[in-house]
Design a protein around this ligand. Structure first.
Ligand code: SAM
Length: 420
């Protein structure tokens, strides 16, 4: 699921105005003596508490030739060293990789990957997981997912390009991977399309089968943001496993149908899956087939969720479980969707088709929405529909999505199971 990394608040707004220049200088991962930045007191306090970034506005001095990718020493106004990081020219000026001195090389990456690997506790029959969760595993801007034996690296910035070769070296020696894919996050014009795609090993089939708690899913490592399974929702699917049996389920914004398949595998009597995208629905059907479930026994609608909910309400349809896990923003035939503007309306529309005592699975991965605001949308939506909600389960991201306490951006996910 696409996380939103923002610190939030006044400073962020001011920081976002930072200009992005287009540099293509090759990165050097040997610190050049003298390449350094001096940060203001505000940044120093955050860095000392463990925050991994320096924003452009916080840089009050610089020395050496700073091009994106250059390794720099971060210094306080008094000249104290606050660590070593990689220089960039977006609104993040430096991503800090070390709190002390040292190189940013394969040995460092190996060490961080081994530590992250040791933290991962996966449920049985699961081979789809996140090995590196960026800042939270002390590798800022770097995400690595494992799909059976295929590793997918996603980098937040072209300035991190110099990490690719050492990462591949470590992945291919530390884990038994058969292929490594590289993707870039966001739409930074500096991303070099030539350099994304398969970067090591065998291409293999465009789709491969992975398992989550014994349930099969087809994923496409070449598809970048659309690989096909959001592993941070695994605990919710796992928690729900004993609760689907005999229930009628509606999955709105269903994507490739991970919840729909989990429900059908768990014995749901009928699952209706709604998504704007027919290609995603086709992948959802393929996921049913991958679990020996007949997609013809269930229903797939390619349409706007609100239109589907409206039709179901008018027909007096009722569901035992409704899933509302929408994107943060989207554009569709029925207009623009955004969590901040529309979540309350979504909750009330879902509750109008939820049976008495039924369960609503409500989620958002938008980091800028606090749990308090999220609760506000749920209360507002329930009031509008004339229903009352109580939380019966609050899902926590799994161990392969750790959250560094000193990096507030990492606590993006809200996913509650509520009874109406
Ligand atoms: C973040 S994904 C949802 C993740 C999904 N719930 C899961 O568990 O894997 C967003 C999905 O919402 C779909 N979508 C976006 N706007 C929509 C709309 N207005 N109505 C229905 N689906 C929509 C997109 O096509 C995409 O598949």
């Amino acid at each position: 699921m696409a996380e939103d990394y923002r610190r939030g608040g006044k400073n962020t707004q001011r920081r976002r105005k930072g200009k992005t220049k287009n540099h293509r200088g090759g990165p050097s991962f040997q610190p050049k003596t003298g390449d350094a930045v001096v940060v203001n007191g505000y940044s120093e306090r955050w860095l000392r508490s463990g925050f991994p970034w320096v924003y452009q506005e916080e840089v009050i001095g610089r020395a050496g030739s700073l091009v994106p990718g250059r390794v720099v020493t971060i210094c306080s106004r008094e000249g104290k060293e606050l660590g070593v990081g990689i220089w960039d020219e977006g609104h993040i000026a430096v991503r800090r990789f070390r709190r002390g001195k040292g190189l940013i090389n394969a040995d460092l990456l190996r060490d961080r990957i081994q530590q992250a690997r040791a933290r991962r506790v996966l449920p049985p029959e699961t081979n789809a997981w996140r090995l590196i969760h960026g800042e939270n595993d002390d590798l800022p801007g770097v995400r690595i997912e494992i799909w059976d034996t295929v590793a997918v690296i996603t980098l937040d910035s072209p300035s991190l390009k110099g990490l690719v070769d050492p990462l591949v070296e470590v992945l291919t020696t530390e884990l038994e991977v058969s292929a490594v894919w590289l993707h870039w996050r966001g739409d930074d014009p500096r991303f070099d399309e030539q350099q994304s795609g398969l970067i090591w090993g065998a291409r293999g089939d465009s789709e491969l089968m992975v398992q989550e708690c014994g349930v099969n899913f087809r994923v496409q490592p070449a598809a970048g943001h659309d690989i096909g399974l959001f592993c941070d929702m695994r605990p919710t699917r796992q928690w729900m496993a004993p609760h689907w049996s005999g229930r009628r389920v509606l999955n709105t914004f269903c994507f490739t149908g991970a919840f729909s398949v989990a429900a059908a595998v768990g014995g749901a009597t009928e699952v209706i899956s709604v998504d704007l995208s027919q290609p995603y629905l086709d992948r959802a059907k393929a996921n049913f087939t991958a679990n020996s479930l007949d997609p013809e026994s269930h229903t797939f609608w390619a349409e706007d969720t609100f239109r589907a909910l409206d039709r179901l309400r008018r027909k007096g349809e009722q569901f035992d479980v409704v899933i509302a896990d929408p994107p943060s923003f989207s554009h569709g035939p029925a207009g623009t969707w955004s969590v901040a503007k529309d979540y309350k309306r979504l909750v009330s529309a879902c509750l109008r088709v939820l049976s008495p005592g039924g369960w609503l699975i409500a989620a958002t991965n938008l980091g800028t929405i606090s749990p308090k605001e999220f609760k506000g949308y749920l209360i507002g939506g329930a009031e509008k529909a004339g229903r009352h909600l109580r939380v019966i389960h609050e899902a926590c991201p799994p161990a392969d999505f750790p959250a560094a306490l000193t990096f507030p951006e990492s606590r993006y996910l809200k996913c509650w199971v509520l009874q109406a």
